[in-house]
Design a protein around this ligand. Structure first.
Ligand code: SAM
Length: 209
């Protein structure tokens, strides 16, 4: 997975490569799908949600420009895999999941595998985690209709936010860097497809399928 799907496509940050090597992805996937855990696509994790494709996990992690030791917020815990990868680089990871079923499963897997620097909260991640802000880096792993101002404001100066923004069907992965208290720089990184970010500052309704 790391050689063929990540390095071959340009993932080069040694911290990201090391984190992807150290986190056993199959632990975060249902037993029936374990033989596909390292395949080049997302997989279902229950509750209509998915664990992202390995490349997307690595690419989004790299886009946060981590050097080690940061305080990081993830919105959309899902299986807990992305949080586990982040926790191998950052000092502390905070992650929010709206589904209590998924949050409970993720907590159990992370606890039983010794991931001690991850705090999980059940709730609406579009509100961020103001009690723990500011964050050096924030990653949103569900597609938003627009960059969420509430989340942007929880970045430290020089902090990076990575967030998919677009329609229900397709998005552009954006990186927002907080330059000063009031000045932000926004870049488009790549096209992507995520499940919707549902909540007060996200999509209000479940999409029609
Ligand atoms: N990062 C996850 C992983 O490593 O398995 C994959 C995340 S999945 C693509 C998106 C997740 O975002 C889903 O679990 C979904 O329930 C969650 N989600 C959607 N809207 C949310 C919100 N407002 N707050 C928190 N979680 C949300």
């Amino acid at each position: 997975m790391v050689e063929r799907q990540l390095k071959a496509r340009g993932i080069a940050d040694p911290l990201v490569v090391d984190a992807m090597l150290r986190v056993p992805r199959h632990l975060f996937v249902e037993e029936a799908l374990r033989n596909q855990a390292y395949s080049d696509f997302p997989l279902p994790i229950g509750e209509g949600q998915t664990i992202s494709q390995p490349y997307m996990v690595a690419m989004m992690t790299e886009a946060l420009l981590l050097v080690g030791g940061e305080k990081v917020l993830e919105i959309g815990t899902g299986s807990g895999y992305q949080a586990a990868v982040l926790s191998r680089i950052a000092a502390q990871v905070y992650t929010i999941e709206r589904s209590s079923v998924l949050a409970r499963k993720a907590r159990a897997i992370l606890d039983s595998n010794g991931y001690a620097n991850i705090s999980i909260r059940v709730g609406d991640g579009t509100l961020g985690w103001s009690g723990e802000a500011p964050f050096d880096a924030i990653m949103v792993t569900a597609g938003a209709p627009a960059v969420v101002e509430e989340i942007k404001r929880q970045l430290a100066i020089n902090g990076r936010l990575v967030i998919p923004v677009g329609s229900f069907k397709e998005q552009v992965l954006k990186r927002v860097i907080r330059l000063t208290e009031s000045d932000f720089r926004e870049e488009n990184l790549l096209s992507c497809r995520f499940v919707p970010l549902l909540g007060r500052h996200g999509w209000q309704d479940v999409p029609q399928r």
